[in-house]
Write a protein that binds this ligand. Sequence first.
Ligand code: APR
Length: 251
Amino acid sequence: MGEALERAAQVLDRARRVVAFTGAGISAESGIPTFRDPGGLWAHFRPEEVATAEAFERDPDRVWAWYQQRRRVIEAAQPNPGHYALAAMEPYFEEFTVVTQNVDRLHHRAGSHHVIELHGTLLEYHCHRCGRPYTEEPLPAETAPYCPVCGGRIRPSVVWFGELLPAAAFAAAEQAVDRCEVLLSIGTSGEVYPAAGLVWRAKAMGATVVEINPAPSELSTAADILIRQKAGSALPELVRRLQQYRQQARP
Ligand code: APR
């Protein structure tokens, strides 16, 4: 295991532009359930029941209540050493971009400055009909509010299955991926596209791909380096080794 970490630290030491592509696994140690791990969210609910526009249009209150329950978990959670380690990496590179599938904003709370949210966020809301942002507080727990302008129902600003990813965010992610020399794939099963396609894109552009995940994923075959550890321990160790490299006198 140490050998993979050492190789990852070496490629990071030589890199100027890095992308950290993250999934639910980086927030697991903050107590936020993942989707596809045993006992994860999709073990208890089918995505088409709670995470599609059709589900919301069919039963807005059921979908609303499910997301409010998740929001309470997210707001009670704290960033973990994995999030903080990514924030600590930023100053070591010309460009360090976090491209996340997560909707919990823990990267922001940990201090990362360049975060691209591919799947939106659970901490913002808008009208499902007219799209206007909705900021009234407090949010009801069980019933989706009505838009004060058009009367449509208010929804969380997350991307549901079958919906397009925010075009500007995805374009910015592609640009960061095309330029990076190293892509860290952290805590993601790599099962959901188009997000997971970014890792293959980085590889095709010649980046070194490092996977940090205690278990194999759909992206493991894209990885040049496999670190079979939890993000909360592997990432701080990577930062420690990178600091050592960077402090060594350079010829
Ligand atoms: N550290 C690193 N990785 C971890 C940890 C940990 N402590 N704990 C679990 N993992 C890994 C699992 O092995 C798994 O590969 O995190 C991954 C979580 O996979 P998913 O639950 O599928 O989450 P994710 O890949 O983010 O899902 C992508 O699917 O449901 C949609 O929109 C949702 O953004 C989500 C997308």
